[in-house]
Design a protein around this ligand. Structure first.
Ligand SMILES: Nc1ncnc2c1ncn2[C@@H]1O[C@H](COP(=O)(O)OP(=O)(O)OP(=O)(O)O)[C@@H](O)[C@H]1O
Length: 259
């Protein structure tokens, strides 16, 4: 079953030049892909290739210039899909956990907020918060902490727990684990994989690091200068046709990082 579908999506940003002139910056060009239930798709590409712009267009943070973004066949960029439905179904975890967590709220309040918003009848919300913490490798002792009392890895786990609290069908990870050390990355990816298999969750995993997608993602789409230039499932160098994906692959094989 297809959950999310992008059809020929183009996003241009207006760039103000001197003397009031406006130029268009094409950030994303004719991008099409689909994500099925339970699937994890990686969107890999260098800095500035348009990955975050795609995430913002899916989350309605940015308007698209042309094309369509569909959730179960409903157009995300029309009133057809209400905010509540969109954010109940799709959650996003950003790279900067500090910006995503309210500094004056403790972890209990941070996790309780989405539960109360999306499940107002939930009585055992505290139990639910503790369950969420366990899911991401933390425990109830963390409930009383404020974000600035946690490490970067712990904050990122809270952000993931906050996204999971909504019980969405799809989570977008935008470079969400990039700033963590390789052990923390490995542990979070294992947790996410387990949840994906258990609950049939789908992921869009945005990264510039091809290596981190190898064990975790079912399919990889490679972005280059705003376009998807290659999409692959099997990790065979011979199958890659675009020079940029070949370069990514070779760089990965020459690096010592292992996941
Ligand atoms: N609000 C904006 N106004 C103008 N140009 C923008 C804006 N946001 C992004 N861009 C441009 O669009 C292009 C794509 O940016 P985007 O952030 O989507 O890339 P990215 O692949 O996510 O990069 P990174 O991996 O560094 O986060 C870049 O050239 C960027 O400068």
């Amino acid at each position: 079953m297809t959950l999310l579908e992008l059809k020929q999506v183009t996003k241009e940003y207006p760039l103000r030049l001197r003397r009031g002139n406006i130029k268009k910056k094409v950030a994303v060009k004719n991008v099409s892909f689909a994500i099925s239930k339970g699937e994890c798709l990686a969107l890999v590409g260098e800095s500035g290739s348009g990955k975050s712009t795609i995430a913002k267009c899916i989350m309605r943070i940015e308007k698209i210039t042309s094309g369509k973004v569909l959730w179960k066949g409903h157009n995300i960029h029309t009133k057809e899909l209400k905010d509540f439905t969109l954010y109940k179904n799709i959650q996003m975890v950003m790279q900067d956990s500090s910006a995503s967590l309210h500094p004056k709220m403790c972890i209990k309040e941070i996790l309780a907020e989405p539960i109360r918003n999306f499940f107002p009848d939930e009585r055992d919300w505290l139990e639910e918060c503790i369950k969420l913490l366990h899911l991401v490798g933390l425990d109830k002792s963390h409930l009383k902490y404020f974000p600035n009392q946690l490490s970067g890895g712990q904050k990122q786990r809270v952000c993931i727990a906050k996204a999971l609290a909504v019980k969405p069908e799809l989570i977008i990870f935008d470079e969400s684990i990039a700033s963590l050390d390789s052990n923390s990355q490995k542990s979070i990816l294992e947790i996410l994989k387990r949840i994906q298999i258990q609950d049939g969750l789908s992921y869009l995993f945005i990264t510039h690091d091809l290596q981190s997608t190898k064990q975790f993602c079912d399919r990889v789409a490679v972005m280059y200068q705003g376009e998807i230039v290659e999409s692959f499932t099997y990790w065979e160098r011979e199958q890659l046709t675009h020079p940029y994906s070949q370069l990514l692959f070779d760089t990965m094989n020459n690096s010592n990082t292992s996941f």
